[in-house]
Design a protein around this ligand. Structure first.
Ligand SMILES: Nc1cc(-c2ccc3ccn(Cc4ccccn4)c3c2)[nH]n1
Length: 245
Protein backbone atom coordinates (compact mmCIF):
# COMPACT_ATOMS: atom_id res chain seq x y z
CA UNK A 1 0.00 0.00 0.00
CA UNK A 2 1.33 3.40 -1.00
CA UNK A 3 -0.20 5.47 1.79
CA UNK A 4 -2.02 4.86 5.07
CA UNK A 5 -4.45 7.47 6.36
CA UNK A 6 -6.18 7.50 9.76
CA UNK A 7 -8.88 10.05 10.54
CA UNK A 8 -10.12 10.62 14.10
CA UNK A 9 -13.41 12.47 14.65
CA UNK A 10 -16.45 12.56 16.96
CA UNK A 11 -18.52 12.60 13.74
CA UNK A 12 -16.97 9.70 11.75
CA UNK A 13 -20.03 9.62 9.47
CA UNK A 14 -18.95 13.07 8.18
CA UNK A 15 -16.10 11.24 6.44
CA UNK A 16 -18.40 8.80 4.60
CA UNK A 17 -17.84 10.62 1.25
CA UNK A 18 -14.29 9.22 1.34
CA UNK A 19 -15.83 5.86 0.34
CA UNK A 20 -17.05 7.30 -2.94
CA UNK A 21 -15.74 7.84 -6.46
CA UNK A 22 -12.02 8.48 -6.99
CA UNK A 23 -11.04 8.09 -3.38
CA UNK A 24 -13.12 4.92 -3.18
CA UNK A 25 -11.27 3.67 -6.27
CA UNK A 26 -7.88 4.58 -4.76
CA UNK A 27 -8.79 2.51 -1.71
CA UNK A 28 -10.04 -0.41 -3.81
CA UNK A 29 -6.86 -0.34 -5.91
CA UNK A 30 -4.75 -0.54 -2.77
CA UNK A 31 -2.93 2.76 -3.34
CA UNK A 32 -4.69 4.23 -0.30
CA UNK A 33 -5.49 2.50 2.98
CA UNK A 34 -7.96 4.70 4.89
CA UNK A 35 -9.49 4.15 8.31
CA UNK A 36 -11.90 6.51 10.11
CA UNK A 37 -12.06 6.29 13.91
CA UNK A 38 -14.54 7.62 16.48
CA UNK A 39 -12.65 9.56 19.15
CA UNK A 40 -15.13 8.31 21.74
CA UNK A 41 -13.55 4.87 21.32
CA UNK A 42 -10.85 6.25 23.64
CA UNK A 43 -13.18 7.57 26.36
CA UNK A 44 -13.97 5.49 29.44
CA UNK A 45 -16.72 7.32 31.29
CA UNK A 46 -20.36 6.38 30.93
CA UNK A 47 -21.09 9.61 29.00
CA UNK A 48 -18.04 9.17 26.74
CA UNK A 49 -17.00 12.77 27.47
CA UNK A 50 -14.65 14.45 24.97
CA UNK A 51 -14.97 18.10 26.00
CA UNK A 52 -14.72 20.34 29.03
CA UNK A 53 -14.82 24.05 29.95
CA UNK A 54 -11.90 26.23 28.83
CA UNK A 55 -9.22 27.29 31.33
CA UNK A 56 -9.10 31.07 31.38
CA UNK A 57 -12.85 31.23 30.72
CA UNK A 58 -14.50 32.21 27.47
CA UNK A 59 -17.34 30.75 25.43
CA UNK A 60 -17.73 27.16 24.30
CA UNK A 61 -15.88 24.02 25.23
CA UNK A 62 -12.44 22.57 24.56
CA UNK A 63 -11.62 18.97 23.59
CA UNK A 64 -9.97 17.10 26.49
CA UNK A 65 -6.41 15.85 25.95
CA UNK A 66 -6.76 12.30 27.37
CA UNK A 67 -8.90 10.73 24.61
CA UNK A 68 -6.67 12.27 21.93
CA UNK A 69 -3.53 11.02 23.67
CA UNK A 70 -4.88 7.47 23.77
CA UNK A 71 -6.12 7.67 20.18
CA UNK A 72 -2.69 8.73 18.90
CA UNK A 73 -0.97 6.07 21.05
CA UNK A 74 -3.20 3.48 19.39
CA UNK A 75 -2.64 4.76 15.83
CA UNK A 76 1.15 5.17 15.93
CA UNK A 77 2.92 1.81 16.35
CA UNK A 78 5.90 2.28 18.69
CA UNK A 79 9.04 2.93 16.66
CA UNK A 80 7.13 3.44 13.37
CA UNK A 81 9.74 4.70 10.89
CA UNK A 82 9.33 7.15 9.31
CA UNK A 83 6.83 8.51 11.85
CA UNK A 84 3.40 9.52 10.55
CA UNK A 85 2.55 13.18 10.00
CA UNK A 86 -0.23 14.50 12.23
CA UNK A 87 -2.42 17.00 10.36
CA UNK A 88 -4.75 19.13 12.46
CA UNK A 89 -7.16 21.46 10.61
CA UNK A 90 -7.49 24.74 12.50
CA UNK A 91 -8.48 28.37 11.84
CA UNK A 92 -5.02 29.19 13.23
CA UNK A 93 -3.20 26.84 10.86
CA UNK A 94 -0.82 27.49 7.99
CA UNK A 95 -2.62 27.96 4.65
CA UNK A 96 -3.29 24.71 2.79
CA UNK A 97 -1.98 25.10 -0.74
CA UNK A 98 -1.18 22.78 -3.65
CA UNK A 99 2.47 22.65 -2.56
CA UNK A 100 1.41 21.09 0.77
CA UNK A 101 -0.82 18.61 -1.08
CA UNK A 102 2.23 17.52 -3.09
CA UNK A 103 4.37 17.20 0.07
CA UNK A 104 1.75 15.16 1.90
CA UNK A 105 1.13 12.90 -1.12
CA UNK A 106 4.69 11.65 -0.56
CA UNK A 107 4.04 10.63 3.07
CA UNK A 108 3.73 6.95 4.04
CA UNK A 109 1.24 7.63 6.84
CA UNK A 110 -1.00 10.61 7.60
CA UNK A 111 -3.15 10.99 10.71
CA UNK A 112 -5.90 13.65 10.67
CA UNK A 113 -7.24 14.98 13.98
CA UNK A 114 -10.66 16.54 13.48
CA UNK A 115 -11.37 19.07 16.21
CA UNK A 116 -14.78 20.41 17.21
CA UNK A 117 -16.04 22.92 19.79
CA UNK A 118 -13.39 25.67 20.21
CA UNK A 119 -10.59 23.27 19.34
CA UNK A 120 -8.31 20.66 20.87
CA UNK A 121 -6.27 21.19 24.09
CA UNK A 122 -2.97 22.52 22.74
CA UNK A 123 -0.98 20.02 24.82
CA UNK A 124 -2.17 17.24 22.51
CA UNK A 125 -0.27 18.83 19.63
CA UNK A 126 2.71 19.69 21.86
CA UNK A 127 2.99 16.10 23.06
CA UNK A 128 2.47 14.61 19.59
CA UNK A 129 5.27 16.83 18.27
CA UNK A 130 7.73 14.91 20.49
CA UNK A 131 6.98 11.78 18.41
CA UNK A 132 6.01 12.93 14.93
CA UNK A 133 5.80 15.99 12.68
CA UNK A 134 2.64 17.97 13.41
CA UNK A 135 1.02 20.54 11.09
CA UNK A 136 -1.89 22.79 12.00
CA UNK A 137 -3.47 23.69 8.66
CA UNK A 138 -6.15 26.19 7.61
CA UNK A 139 -8.25 25.96 4.44
CA UNK A 140 -8.86 29.67 4.30
CA UNK A 141 -9.96 32.74 6.17
CA UNK A 142 -13.41 31.57 7.19
CA UNK A 143 -14.52 29.65 10.26
CA UNK A 144 -15.99 26.15 10.12
CA UNK A 145 -17.64 24.13 12.89
CA UNK A 146 -14.86 21.57 12.90
CA UNK A 147 -12.07 19.86 11.01
CA UNK A 148 -14.05 17.19 9.14
CA UNK A 149 -14.85 19.09 5.94
CA UNK A 150 -11.26 20.35 5.88
CA UNK A 151 -10.10 16.72 5.91
CA UNK A 152 -12.44 15.94 2.98
CA UNK A 153 -10.84 18.78 1.00
CA UNK A 154 -7.28 17.84 1.94
CA UNK A 155 -7.91 14.14 1.22
CA UNK A 156 -9.26 15.01 -2.24
CA UNK A 157 -6.28 17.25 -3.06
CA UNK A 158 -3.73 14.69 -1.79
CA UNK A 159 -5.36 11.50 -3.14
CA UNK A 160 -5.58 12.82 -6.72
CA UNK A 161 -1.78 13.18 -6.65
CA UNK A 162 -1.18 9.54 -5.73
CA UNK A 163 0.11 7.33 -8.57
CA UNK A 164 -2.60 5.75 -10.68
CA UNK A 165 -5.44 7.78 -9.23
CA UNK A 166 -5.86 10.32 -12.02
CA UNK A 167 -6.90 8.60 -15.24
CA UNK A 168 -5.42 11.06 -17.71
CA UNK A 169 -2.04 12.17 -16.39
CA UNK A 170 -2.22 15.15 -18.76
CA UNK A 171 -5.00 16.72 -16.69
CA UNK A 172 -2.55 16.70 -13.79
CA UNK A 173 0.00 18.48 -16.02
CA UNK A 174 -2.66 21.00 -17.05
CA UNK A 175 -3.38 21.79 -13.42
CA UNK A 176 -3.79 25.54 -13.01
CA UNK A 177 -1.83 25.98 -9.81
CA UNK A 178 1.06 24.14 -11.42
CA UNK A 179 1.91 26.77 -14.11
CA UNK A 180 0.87 29.57 -11.79
CA UNK A 181 -2.19 30.72 -13.73
CA UNK A 182 -5.92 30.04 -13.55
CA UNK A 183 -7.37 27.63 -16.09
CA UNK A 184 -8.76 28.81 -19.41
CA UNK A 185 -12.51 28.26 -19.92
CA UNK A 186 -13.59 24.82 -21.19
CA UNK A 187 -16.30 23.88 -23.72
CA UNK A 188 -17.84 20.77 -25.23
CA UNK A 189 -20.68 19.87 -27.66
CA UNK A 190 -23.07 21.26 -28.84
CA UNK A 191 -21.22 24.06 -30.75
CA UNK A 192 -24.21 26.34 -30.24
CA UNK A 193 -26.34 26.27 -27.09
CA UNK A 194 -29.13 28.70 -26.16
CA UNK A 195 -27.58 31.29 -28.47
CA UNK A 196 -24.09 30.92 -27.00
CA UNK A 197 -21.45 29.60 -29.41
CA UNK A 198 -18.16 27.90 -28.62
CA UNK A 199 -15.23 30.23 -29.53
CA UNK A 200 -14.47 29.42 -33.20
CA UNK A 201 -10.75 29.01 -32.56
CA UNK A 202 -11.34 25.93 -30.40
CA UNK A 203 -12.99 24.21 -33.35
CA UNK A 204 -10.33 25.29 -35.86
CA UNK A 205 -7.97 22.37 -35.30
CA UNK A 206 -5.08 24.84 -35.26
CA UNK A 207 -3.40 23.55 -32.12
CA UNK A 208 -0.75 26.25 -32.00
CA UNK A 209 -3.34 29.04 -32.07
CA UNK A 210 -5.54 27.11 -29.62
CA UNK A 211 -2.65 26.84 -27.12
CA UNK A 212 -2.04 30.59 -27.49
CA UNK A 213 -5.72 31.41 -27.10
CA UNK A 214 -5.88 29.31 -23.89
CA UNK A 215 -2.80 30.97 -22.47
CA UNK A 216 -4.16 34.44 -23.22
CA UNK A 217 -7.49 33.53 -21.61
CA UNK A 218 -5.67 32.15 -18.57
CA UNK A 219 -3.62 35.33 -18.25
CA UNK A 220 -6.63 37.65 -18.58
CA UNK A 221 -8.65 35.61 -16.10
CA UNK A 222 -5.79 35.54 -13.63
CA UNK A 223 -5.19 39.29 -13.98
CA UNK A 224 -8.87 39.97 -13.35
CA UNK A 225 -9.59 37.43 -10.58
CA UNK A 226 -6.27 36.69 -8.91
CA UNK A 227 -3.78 39.53 -9.48
CA UNK A 228 -1.97 38.19 -6.43
CA UNK A 229 -1.02 35.11 -8.45
CA UNK A 230 0.54 37.23 -11.16
CA UNK A 231 2.68 39.09 -8.65
CA UNK A 232 4.67 35.89 -7.99
CA UNK A 233 5.05 34.76 -11.59
CA UNK A 234 8.64 34.76 -12.89
CA UNK A 235 9.00 37.51 -15.49
CA UNK A 236 9.73 34.89 -18.15
CA UNK A 237 6.18 33.57 -17.69
CA UNK A 238 4.47 36.89 -17.88
CA UNK A 239 4.23 38.65 -21.24
CA UNK A 240 2.87 42.10 -20.43
CA UNK A 241 1.64 42.38 -24.03
CA UNK A 242 -0.87 39.58 -23.29
CA UNK A 243 -2.34 41.48 -20.37
CA UNK A 244 -2.61 44.79 -22.22
CA UNK A 245 -4.51 43.14 -25.10
N1 LIG B 1 -9.94 27.09 7.73
C1 LIG B 1 -10.69 26.71 8.85
C2 LIG B 1 -10.44 25.61 9.70
C3 LIG B 1 -11.44 25.65 10.65
C4 LIG B 1 -11.63 24.77 11.79
C5 LIG B 1 -10.89 23.58 11.90
C6 LIG B 1 -11.03 22.78 13.02
C7 LIG B 1 -11.90 23.17 14.04
C8 LIG B 1 -12.21 22.63 15.31
C9 LIG B 1 -13.15 23.47 15.89
N2 LIG B 1 -13.41 24.48 15.04
C10 LIG B 1 -14.34 25.55 15.32
C11 LIG B 1 -13.61 26.77 15.81
C12 LIG B 1 -14.25 27.96 15.77
C13 LIG B 1 -13.60 29.09 16.22
C14 LIG B 1 -12.35 29.00 16.72
C15 LIG B 1 -11.76 27.77 16.73
N3 LIG B 1 -12.37 26.64 16.25
C16 LIG B 1 -12.65 24.35 13.90
C17 LIG B 1 -12.52 25.16 12.78
N4 LIG B 1 -12.23 26.72 10.38
N5 LIG B 1 -11.76 27.35 9.27
Amino acid sequence: TRMRVDVVSIFPEYLAPLDLSLIGRARASGVLDLAVHDLRTWTHDVHRTVDDTPYGGGPGMVMRPEPWGEALDALVPVGEEPPPRLVVPSPAGVPFRQALAHEWAAERHLIFACGRYEGIDQRVLEHAATRMPVTEVSLGDYVLFGGEVAVLVIMEAVTRLLPGVLGNADSLAEESHAHGLLEAPVYTKPPGWRGHDVPEILRSGDHGRIARWRRDEALVRTARRRPDMLAVLPATELDKRDIAA
